[in-house]
Structure formats: C-alpha cells, structure tokens
Write a protein that binds this ligand. Structure first.
Ligand SMILES: C[S@@+](CC[C@H](N)C(=O)[O-])C[C@H]1O[C@@H](n2cnc3c(N)ncnc32)[C@H](O)[C@@H]1O
Length: 311
C-alpha cells in the first residue's frame, strides 16, 4: 500500500519545491522506514524517520508482567549500560548544567537495574572532577541491582527501595532529575506533567534516549535476542532461572526484542521534545534539546531543563 508523507504534520521542513513529484513512501508506519524518494532529508528526518510516535505497550510496563522477568530485562539493560556506556557523551552537556546550578545531587527516575548510572557517576566524579551523589528509583525497583550498585559505589549511589512513580516524585527527593532510556514510557500528557513538575519545583531535568524511530534501530532491536544469548552467562547476579528463561524458553530475548522495537516507536524526536517543553509555562526555565553522536549507530537525543536565574 502507498501513502503520502505530510512532513509539516510533525513540525518538519517541507521538501524543496524542485521536487514537484509528491513524495511517495511505502506505507511502513509500523516499521518506521525512511522514505525511499526523499530529496535531501534533514538530519532529524534521516535519524528519527517520519512515522508518527506510536504509544504501543511494552511488556515490562504491564502490571501483571512477572516481576522476576522484569528484573531480568532491566539486568540486560544494566549490563549493556555498564559494558558500552552509550551515554558517556552526555557528561559534556550535563556537567556545565550541574555546575551552573551548583548541584551535586542527581535523582535518577525509572532507573531499572541502574542502567548507565554507575559509569556516568564515575565519569563525572573521577574524570571530570565533579563529584555527584545519585539516588536511583523506580516504580518497580530491582532491589538486588539497587543493593549491588549501592555497595559498589561505596554509598555514593543511594537506592530508594520503595516504589517511586516518575510522574509524581516525592517532594523530599531533591536533586537534578534524570531519565535514561525511559522518557518514551510516558504519553504526551504524562511527559508534559513530568516536565512541568520539574519546572514548578525548580529542579533541573535531563532526558536522554538512545532509542529512535529509525529502520536501523528497529533492525538492531530485532537482533538483540542474539546479543542476549551471547551475554547472559556474564550477567550478574547468577540465576538458574535467568538461564531457563533465556535458553530453554526464550522469554527474555523475545520480550526484549518486542519492548525494544516498541521503545523505538515511542521515542520522542527532538522536535517533539521541543514542542512538549514549549508548552510548559514557566518563564524562568531554559530548555535545551538536541542530539549527540555516540557509539556506532547510536545517537543520544537529549532534553535539558534548568532554571534561567541560576544559569
Ligand atoms: C527501559 S527501562 C530503563 C531503565 C534504566 N533507566 C536503564 O537505562 O537501563 C524503563 C524503566 O522505567 C520504569 N518505569 C516505567 N514507568 C514508570 C513510572 N511511571 N515511574 C517510575 N518508573 C517507571 C520501568 O519499571 C523500567 O525499569
């Protein structure tokens, strides 16, 4: 089936008049395929594709999804975050903002198994000479991972063992709020609420996503089961159940592939993040949205919000 692409619908620039032929793309909304006949795609178009954001479900968001499986999924993310640290370049953006706020406390929301937090905290503290303490939180805390990171960090990473909903973090949880690979979980009203709450409380906020709505990223996610088969013996803590649900009945690889593709499809593009941030009426807040290159095919989309008076 064929369909016409309407670029302005997504706040993107229309193609130049020279291309008088209507741009026709294969109807590939579900796959996020790039148009085959686009004259000169903007970098954003090339990387985020043109499909509208789709708020499909991820298994590990479902209330009934077994917690033991959810933990194994977030352990995979933690292993990747620590082994490859795809968010390392965000330190260049994060440090000046933290410095300008004179803030040494980070509250990481939707932490899962802690993701990239430990390597990032070490980069800031040891390489950048900017010590930070981090509190990790989640709606469904992965307690084993939380305790392991707390011990490894010698107490500089603290863990909230009670559930914390990122849409309404408790007031006494003070610090610069971060979201890694997780902001896509929230539909537009919830995403707006998260940004508005940070602005209202004057807490700085940083949203960082490696996912994107591009064919290449869907392809990478579809290959992720192979990666999981390869890395599972090295994931800690060792669990027989992890081997069972990976190699005997491959729930973890298959759910990771589904959740990964859906994460891509739910990820906000920079222009969508800009629009969300623009709808927050808080005069003294600066919003900075953009993209950074990181390892191989990955790019990090970021949104930073912080108080203008201090910046
Ligand atoms: C894809 S994982 C990312 C985990 C981690 N940030 C990382 O980089 O590995 C998303 C996490 O968001 C959590 N989550 C989803 N909805 C949430 C909410 N409303 N409040 C807090 N956490 C939530 C899930 O439990 C899950 O651990």
């Amino acid at each position: 089936m064929l369909s016409y692409h309407k670029p302005t619908e997504f706040g993107l620039t229309a193609p130049p008049a020279a291309s008088s032929v209507p741009v026709v793309v294969l109807s590939s909304r579900l796959l996020g395929v790039l148009p085959l006949a686009w004259p000169s795609p903007s970098p954003e178009l090339r990387s985020h594709a043109i499909v509208k954001r789709l708020q499909l479900f991820e298994f590990h968001d479902l209330e009934w999804f077994p917690h033991s499986w959810r933990i194994m999924l977030t352990d995979v993310l933690q292993f990747s975050g620590r082994a490859f640290n795809p968010y390392a370049p965000v330190v260049d953006k994060l440090k000046p903002v933290l410095e300008s706020l004179n803030c040494h406390n980070i509250v990481d929301l939707c932490s899962g198994g802690s993701g990239p937090i430990l390597p990032l905290q070490r980069l800031l503290t040891e390489k950048e000479n900017y010590p930070v303490c981090v509190t990790i939180t989640d709606k469904y805390p992965n307690l084993d991972a939380f305790r392991q990171i707390r011990a490894e960090s010698k107490g500089t990473i603290m863990a909230m063992e009670a559930p914390v909903d990122a849409t309404s973090p408790p007031e006494d949880l003070k610090g610069f709020r971060t979201f890694f690979t997780s902001f896509h979980h929230f539909d537009e009203p919830a995403a707006r609420q998260i940004l508005a709450d940070a602005a209202k409380r004057g807490a700085g906020i940083g949203v960082f996503e490696c996912n994107r709505r591009s064919l290449l990223m869907h392809f990478a996610m579809l290959l992720s089961p192979l990666f999981i088969l390869f890395i599972t013996p090295w994931i800690r803590p060792f669990r027989w159940s992890r081997l069972f649900w990976t190699y005997v009945i491959p729930v973890i690889p298959l759910v990771t592939a589904w959740d990964g593709v859906v994460s891509n499809l739910r990820t906000y593009s920079p222009s969508e993040l800009r629009r969300l941030a623009g709808s927050i009426s808080q005069d003294n807040f600066v919003w900075d949205v953009g993209e950074m290159r990181t390892m191989v095919i990955y790019r990090v989309t970021y949104l930073l919000g912080y108080s203008k008076t201090i910046a």
